[in-house]
Design a protein around this ligand. Structure first.
Ligand code: GLA
Length: 385
């Protein structure tokens, strides 16, 4: 990224001291959508779009942050008795500070400069990448170390308890723990994970519908509540059930008959999606891109019809990809209601894919899409300057 070259210098110009720099990536999810908060399975990969946070200590107990993308600054008092969210980007930064302090760390004051190239509101986890890069910056600035998994949990709690979005662990986890060249299959209950090879000659192609997933968090929290309603009904007959993770399709058919129809469909998505992730892991291990692609298509249909988190533009993008050459599979990725699709495309067909899908999508919707190609990237860490 061009703007990164002068990043340390701009920090010096703004704050007068020289910084350390931390980076955290966004992510794409290959399969396993809306399963993380049901204790289920997900299979994301980190991408080479990042947030960078430059940091240097201050003598007082303040945090000052400046977002280069938004050309906007914000300030936070580490001794404020009951900090409240401001409902803007700074919540992702200060929310992490609040959680760290609540966990008993006494943070040192800091100047922060923030720069990112993860598209905002596109379902590629720009917020998790800000949180994770900020977490590393604030901890290192105070002379403290943290394990990646612990940082992921802390950042998730910032989002749940400060920002007010009841997200699962997937986005923060992959931003912390991603591995170059690998997809990561995560068990969101135990947090055990397996690294899986991506098929050779196949690329991850991300198509941004350019529909922002605004208002999605209300619908997201609603889906969570519907899943919880399903669990409490099913647990009456199946006391071992603590989350939809513990339910099979046979259980659902047998004991889910008197669930409201809507709740039944929500549960059917989650239960079938968990099974698809396990199958998809097997397909990657066998190097079977075609089988993986079929599971992606089923996942999309389930998200569209049962979970109802897709939108016409996502459906259109998936449809067009289905007709393009060299495509193994396509589906929406992330929370939904806009944002991006993920496509597994034979590398030699990428240029043609971009041309045809780009042109046809624009023709059908009047929106010019952005199409990115990314390798599976490494998780967060310090950038050596
Ligand atoms: C958002 C959330 C994740 C996950 C996905 C849907 O990205 O932050 O925790 O629930 O939606 O799979």
């Amino acid at each position: 990224m061009k703007a990164l070259e002068e990043f340390p210098k701009r920090f010096v110009d703004r704050y007068g001291s020289s910084p350390r720099i931390f980076r955290a990536p966004g992510r794409v999810n290959l399969i396993g959508e809306h399963t993380d908060y049901n204790d289920g399975f997900v299979m994301p990969a980190a991408i080479n779009f990042n947030t960078w946070v430059a940091v240097a200590p201050r003598e007082d107990r303040k945090l000052t942050a400046y977002s280069e993308n938004l050309a906007e600054g914000a300030e936070f008092d580490l001794d404020a008795p009951s900090p409240r969210p401001r409902h803007d980007w700074s919540d992702y930064v200060f929310g992490v500070a609040v959680m760290l302090q609540q966990a008993g760390e006494r943070l040192r004051g800091a100047d922060l400069l923030i720069l990112g190239d993860v598209p905002l509101g596109a379902g590629l986890s720009s917020s998790a990448s800000i949180e994770v890069a900020t977490g590393y910056a604030l901890l290192n600035n105070t002379g403290l170390a943290i394990e990646p998994v612990a940082l992921a949990k802390l950042c998730q709690s910032a989002e749940n308890n400060f920002v007010g979005m009841r997200c699962g662990i997937m986005d923060q986890f992959i931003s912390c723990c991603g591995h170059a060249g690998r997809a990561l299959m995560l068990d969101c209950r135990s947090l055990d994970y397996r690294l899986l090879p991506l098929p050779p000659d196949v690329s991850l192609v991300i198509c941004n519908t350019m529909v922002k997933h605004a208002l999605a968090s209300g619908e997201y929290n609603k889906r969570r509540a519907e899943c919880e309603a399903g669990v409490s009904r099913l647990a009456r007959d199946l006391p071992r059930v603590r989350a939809l993770r513990d339910v099979t399709l046979t259980d659902l058919e047998r004991y889910g008959r008197d669930l409201p129809e809507l709740v039944f469909r929500r549960c059917r998505h989650v239960v079938s999606e968990n099974a698809r992730v396990l199958e998809a892991a097997g397909a990657l291990e066998r190097g079977d891109a075609a089988a993986f692609g079929r599971l992606m298509a089923e996942s999309h249909r389930s998200l569209r019809d049962d979970y109802e988190v897709s939108c016409p533009e996502l459906d259109m993008m998936v449809d067009l990809a289905g007709h393009a050459q060299g495509v193994f599979g396509a589906r929406m990725t992330g929370g939904g209601f806009g944002g991006c699709t993920i496509n597994l495309v034979r590398t030699e067909h990428i240029d043609e894919f971009k041309r045809t899908v780009g042109r046809e999508y624009e023709h059908a919707t009047g929106r010019e899409p952005q199409i990115y190609v990314s390798p599976a990237a490494e998780g967060a860490g310090e950038v050596q300057t």
